[in-house]
Design a protein around this ligand. Sequence first.
Ligand code: ATP
Ligand code: MG
Length: 322
Amino acid sequence: MLHVSGHSIGAPPPAAEQRLLDGQHASWPDAKAARIGEGTRGKVLWGPLQPPQHGHGSDAAIKMIRLDRFPESHREGIARQIEEERLRLLGGEPPFLSLLAANTDPSQPATYTDNQGVQENVLCVAMTPLGDEWVELKRIFEGTPEGERAHDVSAALARLEEGGFSDKAITAFVDDIGVITRALLLVCAVHIAALRQGILHYDGFWSNVMLRRSALLPSTPATSLSLNDVWLLDLADTLIIRPPTPSPQTDISPQPPAPPSFMGSQAVMLPSSIPRRWAEGKMPVSTRWITAPELLPATVRLPGPADSPPPTSYCAPGTRVL
Ligand SMILES: Nc1ncnc2c1ncn2[C@@H]1O[C@H](COP(=O)(O)OP(=O)(O)OP(=O)(O)O)[C@@H](O)[C@H]1O
Ligand SMILES: [Mg+2]
């Protein structure tokens, strides 16, 4: 029998498998079909996450970053540790998803074996999966790869003009603008809710906001929108702005200063030195043209002659990673 990459021609391809250090695992006969998302850094697969031995697994969205292919594995390890810590801290309280499992230490990675049998080291964070009834904000504005059309104010206006401002054209226009308005209302609501939980999400505008499709429909009154209709993803880029006092982190010296009282009850001190930020679990990164202007200055990278090397691992309060 002919073998290619350890797999016999004619035989079904081996199942792809993700295995965490603690023994939890997931497998996919066709990993491509299980892919529910792709970010700048990694991919997200929908899979039944199985316990180490026997027993019932639970559906999970497993976000994984392939370390061997990623040039900045050190930075990525810290980002994933922050994401894990934030999800743990927030405990699945909406608008944040529940953490189901994590393996985020680059020195002790999980493994992922693809359908060709090729194994790689990965970092992963598993959380509650959001199915087809959810859509990311950017898909509303640019359309979906599956062919759902974009909601675009200029295009809606053009259709209104082409329709000669007829009743039908006006109804279609109002419906279109209604979808956009509902989406934007939910984005505001989700940030207000996150701030109430002490979280400032830097990168939750174009990406990382998931909206309930049915809540956007013209038949849904805007007054019935609620926090049940929206989730925030991707918490590595967030800052904790409450409590205003620093949480004790034994491996950080000197301890981060507390924000001055005139800054109010929700504030955070952001070091100008990048390694120092990493050490404090503060990595606000965002797409510049989408960031709120008052937040932009903090994400501009400053040259740091006084930068000391970053720590090998970010340690969340109470969690020793190394
Ligand atoms: N829990 C989930 N349920 C469903 N889809 C998800 C979930 N988490 C992530 N996704 C999908 O996967 C995509 C990538 O996830 P995420 O944004 O967390 O990764 P990233 O690599 O950090 O992305 P970014 O490009 O924003 O840096 C999301 O945009 C979303 O479409
Ligand atoms: Mg994202």
